[in-house]
Design a protein around this ligand. Structure first.
Ligand code: HPA
Length: 274
């Protein structure tokens, strides 16, 4: 299997979605990371399991539901992708970047990417919500490697401001505690203390295993990108205890009321921006 993005699969998924929901006109999308599913439980609308669309492959990481919700916020349509695919799952880039491709194909112009991360900067204690100001790609790869696919943007996309300043301000005004730089590793292992030491000196404030690929592709396609990270543990070497996915989900559950209100406030503000 090639790890490269397969444009025929992307188009097949977009065509399938257009025929299932021919009248959908999302303005924005949310892609929810580990532990974020509950944050949208009050949103109602049409639901589509990922299995109904080609390209998502199998989903099944704990804390990831694997379905698309078409919801409405003050009259604005929003696609909510509950569950994301990761590079470490080993099925290539197509399932990872499919949500942002579908958003663009359906006419959306804004995407909010959420995730769980480990805190590196001293003020980012577990439970903090960090608006992503920029990222460092340590995945060891890039989803745009391969033959140029014009539908995904230019060959050499500018990345001077992937996470748009106005959206970052909106996140801070919606309940995020601080801004910071997110460093994405390939995972699936948590980091070693030596790696975290190095990442800190590189300028990373929080570390995780997702988001950067979707952000790079969304930015290349001309979507406005926002990123919101729930810092769920101290990073390795700072944390006094070994890291587990269960503890990450537990902290996310405790931070849930704030995660929920921040997302909801952000969407209400976005409607006013239209
Ligand atoms: N490292 C990488 N990914 C993560 C972490 C972490 O400490 N916490 C939640 N996701």
């Amino acid at each position: 299997m090639s790890t490269l993005i397969d444009p025929t699969v992307l188009d097949a998924a977009a065509n399938a979605l257009k025929s299932i929901w021919p009248n959908a006109k999302p303005k924005a999308g949310l892609i929810l990371g580990s532990g974020w599913g509950e944050a949208v439980k009050d949103f109602q609308g049409l639901e589509l399991p990922y299995t109904e669309l080609p390209g998502f492959g199998k989903t099944g990481v704990m804390g990831h539901a694997g379905k698309l919700l078409l919801a409405e916020v003050d009259g604005m349509e929003v696609f909510i992708f509950q569950g994301r695919r990761h590079w470490y799952e080993g099925e290539g880039w197509t399932p990872v970047i499919l949500p942002v491709y579908l958003l663009k194909a359906m006419g959306a112009d804004t995407v909010l990417l959420t995730n769980a991360s480990g805190g590196i900067r001293d003020d980012l204690k577990p439970g903090s919500l960090m608006a992503i100001s920029d990222h460092i790609n340590m995945l060891g790869s890039n989803p745009l490697i391969g033959p140029h696919i014009p539908a995904l943007g230019t060959r050499f996309p500018d990345q001077s401001e992937i996470y748009r300043k106005p959206l970052r301000e909106m996140l801070l005004n919606s309940g995020a505690d601080a801004e910071g730089v997110y460093l994405a590793t390939m995972g699936p292992t948590f980091e070693t203390p030596a790696e975290i030491h190095q990442y800190r000196s590189m300028g990373a404030d929080a570390v995780g295993m997702s988001t950067a690929p979707e952000a790079m592709v969304a930015n290349a396609m001309g979507l406005q990108v926002a990123g919101l990270s729930c810092v769920c543990n101290w990073a390795a070497g700072i944390s006094p205890v070994p890291l587990t996915h269960e503890d990450v989900n537990q902290t996310a559950a405790e931070a849930m009321p704030r995660m929920k209100s921040t997302i909801t406030n952000f969407l209400h503000k976005l409607v006013k921006e239209i």
